[in-house]
Design a protein around this ligand. Structure first.
Ligand code: MIG
Length: 786
């Protein structure tokens, strides 16, 4: 009996990733084609159709429909832009080949078998090539492995794997930076205490970047079904991706620079709007601070101890019996009074909002969120018409069908109770959506969503649930407070999430292994269009110690989202909990974060505008340097700051790779020539940090919270390159309103040149209509002799 059980377990875990795509049916050869405004439509022998559309010189869409024509409906929740102006392109054909060229890309389609290749239009260098024709599972060979047989066919594309090809992106994965020789599944999942290798976890971003010989391309497989990516794990011949349903629909981006790909990806799926500047401030949370007097105590402690703080979070216990859009009357009798009181101390309050609405509410109780949702028919149903009743924190609950436009609007408007009480931002948790009945989604398979009239099932809608919930929240806050930038934090996501929410990496462990994962995870998210990332500082589950907490701050003090958070039964973890020795070091890093806010905000705005994240892997800045290709225990902020944290206990020294160029130790100004590994000291109070020669870093005054006083004076630290010059940028705006979208910002460029009598600094062009008022600029040269 025992043996029998073991065998079953073994088989089922082995099937998790046993899709052998070589058994799939291949799309038929091309028999005819139509030219369209944007490209070509290919008609295949097996009645399949393939549409190749040119959106930009470096962006081509491939859309295939197997054994039937391309469907008329063409919709994706991820896409932000579909009005591309087709660039000039050329078409040519021979009996074997069809060729489409833009100024940057050459797409060659072999007719039989149907194989697509992408080349650099200038050099004709091969960038990416089909390893086999696009495939589908007509006979249901993979059906027994499919999650939901009603989802449709398994579809897949397979690319030749380069001998030295590296893979990046794929959003939030508990994995290393370079995804080569690994495989992944996307199926948004509540995975508390995940460790490296756990897959899937919370988010689905089916976008990756391939890099070979310094040239990068990107592929966005816009398919929200359970999807698979295999970068040379099951076979060293191929990198393939596929999904358990939906269309084989992907976008091909050509760089060759990774930065350019990220810009295009942001154009396609949306640029991150700027969050309020206080969103970059330090944040404190735990599950849960209550009653209100404890919240006030935490804030008082921060102020008393001279630790900067901008935000405190209220976790699920602020509610009345976990009913979203309510406050517990005993614990929080006067939420408005609380937010006003904390507001006078410069601290904002963010509340958690989960998707589960309590069902049924208690007898004779009127619970408006439930009553209205039922009346308007906004809740999810099973195919047989029954309300879908998952179990989450309130017990039996219902979920909103966020694919309904009016339901999103209604959900957004429900947030009035928060904005009226002075709540500054919303934290969306549990939106995989998590269901205590069954975390795999099996209990939800027959849940039907409206989906613009198409009435699709969970197999398609699970991975986009959080995207639409965050969208409803964001748009609600926009309507409720039109003069304020919304601030929304999400756990789960699909591609496009950056338009609505910032993220954190969920329920991590308070371990050194989990801390080490911060860097590959933050940087991979940045390479997947999500620049605003962070992780529970100190780790969420389990008991850490002062050393781990300090080292954790030495990573997160430069992460966009910097929040200490702890599980309900975890040992207290606020900065002072392990004694003065550790607290003093944490204070130093929090103060440094606030001093660097002018720099961080400038970098954040660049991420908004260009799609290039601020928290970067070195490969993003040095893609021609193979030494960076799998370097994921150091990171950069923008182009200029390089940080190499200590990620192990009892370690006070480490090797640091400095790419070629001039570098300065941030603490001592000691000068290094890069292109090599150096060995540096890192006692507990020091995180090795280097500034790129050629940079000017704007540093502001010491602050207890954002807005306490203006960024005045701003001191530019000049780090000359080997020609004696440096360039710096400063971005300023009101930090709060959406006016920056209409040009109300000021971007100033500064240059410095070493002259015979010191540095000559010039203020370059100023962009934007915002008037920051008078402020002093100081310029200080890094003195390499010190
Ligand atoms: O089932 O709201 O990731 O940050 O403290 C756990 C309670 C639900 C999970 C979140 C965590 C939060 C916790 N939540």
């Amino acid at each position: 009996m025992k043996h029998f059980l073991v065998l079953i377990l073994f088989l089922s875990s082995a099937t998790v990733f046993a899709q052998d795509i070589t058994t799939l049916d291949k799309i038929g050869p091309v028999v005819s084609l139509q030219r369209t405004d944007k490209g070509v439509t290919l008609n295949c022998q097996d009645k399949s159709q393939v549409q190749i559309s040119i959106l930009a010189a470096d962006l081509v869409r491939v859309r295939a429909s197997f054994t039937k024509p391309i469907p008329a409906r063409d919709h994706s929740w991820a896409i932000a832009k579909d009005d591309w102006t087709t660039p000039r392109w050329n078409f040519s054909e021979t009996s074997d080949l069809i060729t489409i060229t833009t100024g940057e890309l050459e797409v060659t389609i072999r007719r039989s078998p149907l194989l697509i290749e992408f080349r650099d239009a200038q050099t004709h260098q091969l960038i990416n090539a089909d390893e086999r024709p696009m495939s589908y599972d007509a006979s249901g060979r993979l059906a027994n492995m499919m999650f939901d047989p009603s989802a449709g066919m398994f579809v897949a594309a397979s690319k030749k794997l380069g001998f030295d090809e590296h893979f990046y992106g794929l959003g939030e994965k508990a994995a290393r930076l370079d995804k080569r020789r690994s495989s992944f599944v996307n199926w948004n999942s509540d995975t508390p205490g995940y460790t490296e290798g756990k897959d899937p976890i919370y988010q689905t971003i089916p976008f990756y970047i391939g890099l070979q010989r310094g040239a990068a391309y990107g592929i966005f497989f816009d398919n929200s079904y359970r999807s698979y990516f295999d970068f040379g794990k099951s076979s060293q011949q191929r990198a393939w991706f596929g999904a358990e349903g939906g269309e084989l629909n992907y976008y091909f981006f050509y760089g060759p620079s990774i930065k350019k790909i990220l810009g295009r990806y942001a154009d396609l799926t949306g640029h991150m709007p700027l969050p309020p500047l206080w969103g970059l401030g330090n944040q404190q949370s735990r599950w849960s601070y209550y009653p209100d007097t404890m919240v006030a105590e935490v804030v008082n402690e921060y102020r008393k101890r001279d630790l900067p703080l901008d935000v405190v979070h209220l976790d699920i216990d602020y509610m009345n019996g976990y009913r979203v859009f309510t406050f517990n009357k005993e614990r929080f009798p006067d939420p408005k009074g609380l937010t006003e009181k904390l507001g006078r101390q410069g601290v904002k309050v963010v509340t958690i909002v989960d998707p589960g609405i309590k069902y049924p509410p208690d007898k004779n109780e009127r619970y408006h969120a439930f009553d209205e949702g039922v009346e308007k028919n906004f809740f999810q149903h099973r195919r047989n018409g029954d309300l879908f009743v998952p179990r989450v924190w309130p017990g039996e609950s219902v979920f909103v069908d966020y694919t309904i436009t009016d339901a999103r609007r209604w959900w957004g408007d429900l947030h009035r109770v928060y904005t009226d009480n002075g709540i500054a931002g919303i934290w969306n948790d549990m939106n995989e959506p998590s269901d205590f009945v069954d975390q795999t989604g099996k209990n939800q398979l027959d849940v039907v969503s409206y989906d613009e009239g198409e009435k699709t099932t969970h197999a398609k809608n699970r991975n986009t649930f959080a995207l639409l919930m965050s969208r409803a929240t964001y748009e609600g806050l926009e309507r409720l407070r039109p003069d304020r930038r919304p601030y929304v934090i999400t756990r789960a996501a699909y591609a496009g999430i950056q338009r609505y929410a910032t993220m954190w990496t969920g329920d991590t462990n308070s371990t050194w292994e989990a801390l080490a994962l911060n860097i590959p995870m933050f940087t991979s998210l940045g390479l997947s269009g999500e620049p605003f990332v962070g992780s529970d500082v100190g780790g969420f589950i389990g008991r850490g110690n002062g050393e781990l907490l300090v080292r954790s701050y030495q990573v997160s003090f430069l992460a966009p989202f910097c929040r200490n958070h702890k599980v309900i039964d975890g040992y207290d973890q606020e900065p002072w909990r392990f004694g003065k020795y550790y607290e003093d070091i944490i204070r130093k890093y929090l103060k440094l974060r606030y001093a660097l806010l002018p720099f961080l905000y400038t970098q954040l705005e660049e991420a908004h505008r260009s799609g290039v994240p601020l928290f970067r892997p070195l490969v993003l800045n040095y893609q021609d340097d193979p030494s960076t290709y799998n370097l994921d225990d150091q990171f950069m902020i923008g182009n200029d700051l390089l940080v190499a944290p200590i990620l192990k206990p009892d370690v006070t020294k480490r090797l640091v790779y400095l790419p070629s160029g001039t570098w300065y130790d941030y603490w001592t100004n000691k000068k290094y020539t890069g292109g090599t590994m150096i060995n540096v000291d890192a006692p507990l109070d020091v995180v090795p940090m280097f500034v790129r020669g050629g940079a000017m870093i704007p540093v502001g005054p010491s602050l207890n919270y954002v807005g306490e006083k203006p960024f005045d004076p701003i001191t530019f630290k000049i780090y000359p390159d080997n020609t004696g010059s440096a360039i710096g940028t400063l971005y300023e705006d009101d930090g709060l309103s959406p006016a920056y979208k209409n040009g109300a910002f000021r971007r100033t460029t500064f240059t410095a040149r070493r002259g015979p009598r010191g540095f000559v600094v010039s203020v370059g062009k100023q962009e934007g209509s915002f008037d920051p008022g008078p402020r002093k600029f100081y310029f200080v040269a890094a003195d390499e002799r010190k």
